[in-house]
Design a protein around this ligand. Structure first.
Ligand code: PLP
Length: 392
């Protein structure tokens, strides 16, 4: 069984594909035809790898968290994606896609953003590589995330408010898709997670797979073996998790754990735990698990962390869930908060709220003393200080 590569139509088992309006066919087909050849070329890889090393600051450390390990009586390694330029894993994908867009002859980049992290990463890549950047963002999110809006503007991006619907992330996605339909020749749409029509889930997973490539090399150096006993990551759309799992999904001895946002609890009506609550449906161009009513209306998700506040999940993860290749935990807001404070006090690292959901798995599952447990620390907590202060 091959978990990590979709078939030629972009399917992971029954999930994936490309469900798009006819007007988008030319854009998506251009990508489908060209992405692999371009991103696997020597020329592309040389430029991309050089930027990852010298601009982003990779490889990120794989840090043996001794105090945390002692508390949970196991061996815990943190993959420090929080130390990347712009503070999270999202830059790995944004840089890769903007480089790809340049090679496709595009001059204009569009992106959607919820909390603003993907918008900042994309605006950063565009500033560096000299492309025009337009970021769609829900009107409400623009008000909630003022510091990131300021960053994007300083980086030279135009931030456009999505004023329809609930004025949040899914409305921003719709606006971005509309823009792409109207500007097919000049524009590339940088999707921020392993979601969207084929080839985006595969494209984004490949750019994020650097995370598990490095984990294997670093573990080999530190412990003598490439495979840990467990890898753990949080899942919003699923890009940091896809990157963390990528080089381990075909390694049977490695157990894979995904942490979803339970919000106020899976039964509370205020949750974002898609594998627990979702059913088969189509969202943003691919078939996957979606939180929806019986007649297919998307249900508004809730999570304390904006990055996990999404009513769907990438098809790669839906497949891992269905095949039971990964174990899914639902972590509530208060459990994530507790673990954010715990990591800060034990290790002197303030994690993003999203990443704290992955840390909270330590409370839910019993690990053995000799287990090697790798947790992806997807981002840093600067952006969440307001929430942390309120709960101090
Ligand atoms: C955006 C974000 C996430 C969630 O996105 P994925 O695509 O699921 O990785 C997780 N952690 C941080 C720090 C983020 O910024």
């Amino acid at each position: 069984m091959n978990y990590k590569n979709p078939d030629e139509h972009g399917y992971y088992g029954e999930f994936g594909g490309a469900f798009i309006p006819e007007m988008l066919y030319p854009n998506v087909e251009e990508l489908q035809k060209n992405y692999l050849e371009i991103i696997e070329s020597e020329d592309f890889q040389a430029e991309y790898q050089d930027l990852l090393t010298n601009y982003v600051g990779r490889a990120t450390p794989l840090y043996l968290a001794k105090n945390l390990s002692q508390k949970y009586n196991t061996r815990i390694y943190l993959k420090r994606e929080d130390l990347n330029h712009t503070g999270a894993h999202k830059i790995n994908n944004a840089l890769g896609q903007v480089l790809l867009a340049k090679r496709l002859g595009k001059r204009r980049i569009i992106a959607e953003t919820g909390a603003g992290q993907h918008g900042v990463a994309t605006a950063t890549a565009c500033a560096l590589l000299g492309l025009q950047c337009i970021v769609y963002m829900g009107e409400i999110d623009i008000q909630r995330q003022a510091p990131n809006v300021a960053r994007m503007k300083m980086l030279g991006a135009e931030v456009v408010a999505a004023t329809s619907g609930s004025k949040t992330l899914k409305d921003a996605v719709n606006e971005a898709l509309r823009d792409w339909i109207n500007n097919p020749v000049t524009t590339h749409y940088v999707i921020g997670s392993v979601v969207g029509p084929h080839p985006f889930p595969d494209l984004v997973a490949r750019f994020q797979s650097i995370i598990s490539k490095e984990i294997r090399e670093q573990l080999k150096e530190k412990t003598g073996r490439e495979n840990p006993d467990y890898v753990i990551a949080c899942v919003g759309g699923g890009s940091n998790a896809a990157g963390t799992f990528y080089h381990f999904v075909e390694e049977k001895e490695v157990k894979i754990i995904a942490a979803e946002a339970g919000g106020l609890g899976v039964d509370s009506g205020k949750s974002a735990a898609t594998t627990f609550l979702g059913t088969l449906g189509v969202l943003h161009g691919s078939k996957s698990l979606v939180m929806q009513t019986e007649d297919g209306q998307v249900i508004e998700p809730h999570s304390i962390s904006a990055g996990l506040d999404y009513p769907g999940i990438g098809p790669f993860h839906a497949h891992l869930f269905k095949e039971k290749r990964a174990e899914f935990f639902s972590i509530n807001d208060d459990e994530a908060l507790k673990c954010a404070f715990e990591l800060t006090r034990l290790e002197g690292i303030i994690p993003a709220l999203e990443s704290s959901h992955a840390l909270a798995v330590l409370d839910k599952k019993k690990f053995n003393e000799n287990d090697v447990v790798v947790i992806c620390l997807s981002g840093r907590g600067d952006k969440d200080m307001e929430t942390y202060l309120k709960n101090l």
